[in-house]
Design a protein around this ligand. Structure first.
Ligand SMILES: [Zn+2]
Length: 115
């Protein structure tokens, strides 16, 4: 499903808000569990935008607070690119997986089957 520019902009706006909220509530990298300094973190999605969900629209999934958190760029890259490495190198990985299991079990099962 392809999103219009306006829809993407709406997602981006919501993501900026979420990022600000996380800096206030939990300024910790969800992957390595170390602190994230202001300006050094990225808003990360536990379930990526490429995933086609049966339960949520792209907008819902990308702006769902439970699907997001702060991360260091390097931790975010490891998580996105290499789940196997992430599962052994990043101490927050299984908490992220538990969170995913609670709202998007299909994605959880897919990742789990590849580890
Ligand atoms: Zn980190």
């Amino acid at each position: 499903m392809k999103l219009s520019t306006a829809e993407w902009q709406k997602i981006q706006r919501e993501c900026s808000k979420l990022k600000a909220q996380w800096y206030k509530e939990y300024p910790i990298c969800i992957f390595c569990l170390q602190g994230v300094k202001k300006g050094a973190g990225q808003l990360c999605h536990k379930v990526p935008r490429s995933w086609v969900s049966k339960l949520f629209s792209i907008f819902e999934l990308q702006t769902k607070k439970e699907n997001t958190g702060l991360g260091h760029p390097i931790c975010h890259t490891i998580y996105d690119d290499d789940k196997k490495l992430a599962s052994v190198a990043l101490p927050g990985f299984w908490q992220v997986m538990d969170d995913i299991k609670s709202f998007e079990p299909d994605y959880y099962n897919l990742i789990k089957s590849k580890l």
